[in-house]
Design a protein around this ligand. Structure first.
Ligand SMILES: Nc1ncnc2c1ncn2[C@@H]1O[C@H](COP(=O)(O)OP(=O)(O)OP(=O)(O)O)[C@@H](O)[C@H]1O
Ligand SMILES: [Zn+2]
Length: 611
């Protein structure tokens, strides 16, 4: 009889011992029973006969995980503090006897001299960062790298942010690589996924373009991973395991011996600091942009409508950015100053006029718009912090001969809708597009003559050590959608114009200055760990974090930066507390995270969000 530790897929439990009459390869997927239910697991380690009786493995599947995948999953379980089964569940298993068809292709792109230099730099480095301005032609360099990868008989993964998989990008890929490329993200149908996996097993696919989950597909000849828009936060998972696909790509590169390329016009300080960097400057098409500022109050100003009119008169398109959706973000009482809050979350309710409702953006709780302050009964309540819906409406009234389109999560609910809007915009059927962060993601439209950017002061003022980096990157990305070909204008509404004037033209200088500012305090010099407790009873959540704090203080290499109520103290009726720890070594932080694992606190290693 043989005995094995079986990692139960999707289960937070540690591996359990089962027996088998046959010897099994590590990584084999099996079926076992757990409390009378059948569940899938993975043969993780062979062990000695245990003291206790154990159950038999009931069934052996054909699919499996190779030793390298087991090794990567072990790392994920350790670093992102989850079970081996949870880590393995991220990966799609391999099919037996998969093959890879070796076909040669040629694509119709000729790189410019500068692009060629970047290409050569990337070729010479196992891992590199392509720090190329918006519109500098990074995507074309990736395409050339994919061509080379295919011609070497290898495969490539092309990671993009969720919204980056635009119809335009898909067309670009299909145009060059035809059936050699497949698109992968969490929302494609089960049938489509099956098709892609069988094509992969038959060796028909050489390039997978997708969101962060594409990193975990079974590729046997992986030669290259490209992480586009590497600064994008959608690479970080918000659920357990809270991995960051960008960091994992670098690790996979090391362990699997494949090349890794990060690309961005606004790279993170972390990547800039640790990855060999090639700087690609300017736009591919000779273009010019002119930046203007408006220090007025939040909302639409005369200067803005004038600039928009001018762009429209010149047959140009306009994009207007705001960080907030709905009509207004807050509803405030003039008398007592209270914000109307969600009864289940400690956040303000947003006004959605089209539903005549207040809606909580955290738990979706909805109620009618009150006529008076629920706290003091005063009837003078005002709406503040304008959102996309309100600005769209105002612009529609003002420019009634033009087509205005709202572009945010309220309006773009399906992939189909996203395609429709983007292709309408591309065909110039839309004149003004008003949107949130979604507007900033890698769109390449040549007709945009003006980008208006509102509400960034609120982002700059957030209590997050990355808020300067994030806000500047966002503004640069949005500005980069205008004037990709020819002349473009950017109008930024801010009372911090000095900051933007100083750094908008030179993000590299910003990164260098920011490095000095972060030294000894924050990443990339320090590692951080966030531990979170949540409970329907306030005292319980607090007790838990107090206990964690006590334990943390006994770790000499760990500094407790602070602990207490979370920024958003309650979400969906659960009270939230957190502890933020910092250290020179991730090892010390991980020891702490694993030591408190049984207390039911969530660990977030290298956290990006602090709300
Ligand atoms: N070598 C080339 N030959 C022809 N066109 C090119 C070449 N390089 C870039 N372009 C064109 O220049 C424009 C900008 O390039 P691209 O979209 O690759 O920029 P990017 O660096 O990826 O921009 P962003 O960071 O804003 O997404 C595109 O329309 C692209 O087709
Ligand atoms: Zn709520």
């Amino acid at each position: 009889m043989f005995y094995y530790h079986i990692a139960l897929l999707k289960s937070p439990l540690s591996p359990l011992t089962y027996q088998s009459e046959q010897s099994l390869l590590l990584g084999t997927i099996v079926e076992v029973t757990l409390s009378k239910r059948t569940t899938q697991g993975v043969v993780a380690t062979e062990v000695e006969k245990p003291e206790f009786d154990c159950e038999s493995i009931s069934f052996t599947c054909k699919t499996f995980y190779p030793p390298k995948t087991l090794e990567l999953a072990r790392f994920i379980a350790e670093y992102y503090v989850c079970s081996l089964g949870e880590a393995l569940s991220l990966f799609v298993p391999y099919a037996p006897n998969a093959l890879h068809v070796n076909e040669k292709i040629t694509i119709d792109i000729t790189l410019s001299t500068e692009q060629q230099k970047a290409y050569d730099f990337i070729e010479a480095h196992p891992r590199s960062l392509l720090f190329g301005d918006t519109g500098s032609g990074k995507t074309e360099i990736y395409m050339k790298l994919f061509e080379k990868t295919i011609n070497e008989g290898k495969q490539a993964i092309f990671l993009l942010p969720e919204i980056g998989l635009t119809p335009q990008m898909k067309n670009r890929l299909k145009h060059h690589f035809g059936t050699h490329v497949a698109i992968w993200h969490s929302k494609i149908s089960a049938k489509k996924k099956e098709q892609i996996l069988s094509d992969l097993a038959e060796g028909k696919i050489s390039i997978i373009a997708g969101t962060r989950s594409a990193l975990f597909l079974p590729l046997q000849h992986l030669g290259l991973i490209v992480v586009d828009e590497e600064h994008d936060e959608s690479y970080k998972s918000g659920n357990r395991p809270r991995y960051n696909a960008k960091d994992l790509a670098l690790l996979f590169g090391q362990k699997l011996g494949c090349k890794v390329l990060l690309g961005s016009a606004t790279p993170t300080l972390g990547s800039f600091h640790k990855v060999p960097t090639f700087r690609l400057k300017g736009t591919f098409f000779e273009s010019q942009s002119y930046i203007m500022y408006d220090d007025g109050e939040h909302g639409l100003s005369f200067k803005m409508t004038q600039a928009i009119q001018k762009a429209l008169d010149a047959q140009k398109q306009v994009i207007v950015f705001l960080p907030t959706r709905a009509n207004f973000k807050y509803i405030t009482c003039k008398q007592c100053g209270a914000n109307v809050e969600c009864p289940f979350c400690s956040v303000g309710m947003s006004i959605h006029h089209n539903m005549n409702a207040l809606k909580c953006h955290y738990c979706n709780y909805t109620e009618v718009i009150p006529k008076a302050c629920p706290k003091c009964g005063c009837e003078e309540i005002v709406a503040t912090r304008m959102g996309t819906a309100e600005v769209s409406q105002k612009l529609t009234e003002h420019f009634h001969e033009h087509v205005v389109q709202q572009f945010d999560r309220d309006e773009v609910r399906t992939e189909k809708k996203l395609s429709e809007i983007l292709s309408d915009f591309n065909d110039h059927k839309i004149d003004i597009m008003v949107g949130t962060q979604m507007l900033s993601k890698g769109h390449d439209y040549h007709g945009v003559g003006l980008a208006v950017i509102l509400g960034v002061d609120a982002l700059l003022g957030m209590s997050d050590f990355r808020s300067r980096e994030k806000t500047l990157a966002l503004v640069l990305q949005i500005a980069g959608r205008a004037g990709r070909k020819g002349y473009g204008e950017v109008l930024i509404q801010s009372k911090n114009s000095e900051f933007f004037k100083h750094y908008l033209g030179d993000f590299e200088q910003f990164l260098k200055d920011e490095l000095v500012f972060r030294k000894g305090l924050y990443p990339p010099f320090k590692k951080m760990l966030r531990l979170m407790s949540a409970h329907v009873k306030d005292e319980k959540a607090k007790e838990l974090i107090d206990k964690v704090a006590l334990i943390a203080q006994s770790f000499p290499q760990v500094e407790v930066v602070g602990f207490g109520k979370a920024n958003i103290a309650k979400i969906a009726n659960k009270y939230r507390y957190e502890l933020l720890a910092r250290s020179d070594s991730s090892k010390a932080l991980l020891e702490l995270a694993h030591a408190v694992k049984l207390l039911h606190v969530e660990a977030d290693m290298d956290p990006l969000s602090f709300s």
